[in-house]
Design a protein around this ligand. Structure first.
Ligand code: PGA
Length: 251
């Protein structure tokens, strides 16, 4: 069956010493969490150091973004997926709503980044999710379907084994407003259906679909009790080792 994934997105927080401190505190707290995969996504500059500190632990390392390709060259400011792998990452977040909203990410660039991540043997955590106005006007499913079709375009059912989807309604990110477990389940079921339509039943059944948006220690277990919720992408509540560990140890 699908192994749950609990991933912490540290966004643009923590200098090196704070990142190391958090990781050292987190390691023993999640050492027995065999029921799920534990992933943290710190900023680029601390990845290599954190990767060294994680050696021998069950915590996996993700970057928060990557370049659209792996060919070395004149791409000032970009970091290739193959370099993230070299720094110790196994995962990379792609298409987070903050990148879509403020840094020009499009479904097309999400697609390129996902392919580049797979080529570097990383697992891509592909984020989708609607804005409040889109939900209120009844377009949430259309928006998410378009993001999925664009982001996963050209990927085979095999490729999808190394893709994780994170559904993050933009109105729930950092707002304290979580989607209800029913709202999450409804969209997760819809996403699984979409993947079934584009990539077949097996790909759909195997796909881990994470929920993100104000996940906290006190709402994780009801979210996880939904049949199509396979984990969480956690922002704010992942910054403190104790609260993230509570989320990891949700059961
Ligand atoms: P939040 O962020 O948990 O702080 O709402 C989630 C995310 O942006 O991935």
């Amino acid at each position: 069956m699908r192994k749950p994934v609990i991933a912490g997105n540290w966004k643009m927080f923590k200098l090196l010493n704070e990142a190391v401190e958090t990781v050292l505190a987190l390691k023993p707290l999640v050492a027995n969490a065999n029921h799920c995969e534990v992933v943290i996504a710190p900023v680029f500059t601390v990845l290599k150091t954190i990767s060294d500190r994680l050696e021998g632990s069950n915590i996996k390392l993700a970057a928060q973004d990557c370049a659209i390709q792996n060919d070395f060259g004149a791409h000032t400011g970009e970091v290739a997926p193959v370099m993230l792998k070299d720094a110790g990452c196994s995962h990379v977040i792609v298409g987070h709503s903050e990148r879509r909203q403020f840094y020009g990410e499009t479904d097309e660039s999400v697609n390129w980044k996902s392919m580049a991540a797979l080529a570097a043997e990383l697992t891509a955590i592909v984020c989708v999710g609607e804005h409040l106005a889109e939900r209120e006007s009844g377009n949430a499913e259309d928006v998410v379907r378009t993001q999925l079709e664009g982001g996963l375009s050209g990927l085979t059912a095999n490729d999808l084994e190394r893709i994780i989807i994170a559904y993050e309604p933009v109105w729930a990110i950092g707002t304290g407003k979580t989607a209800t477990p029913e709202q999450a389940q409804e969209m997760h079921g819809f996403i699984r259906n979409c993947i079934g339509n584009t990539h077949g039943e097996n790909a759909a059944e195997g796909m881990r679909i994470l929920y993100g948006g104000s996940v906290k220690p006190d709402n994780i277990s009801t979210l996880m009790s939904q049949p199509d919720v396979d984990g969480a992408l956690v922002g704010g509540a992942s910054l403190e080792a104790e609260s993230f560990a509570k989320i990891v140890n949700y059961r």
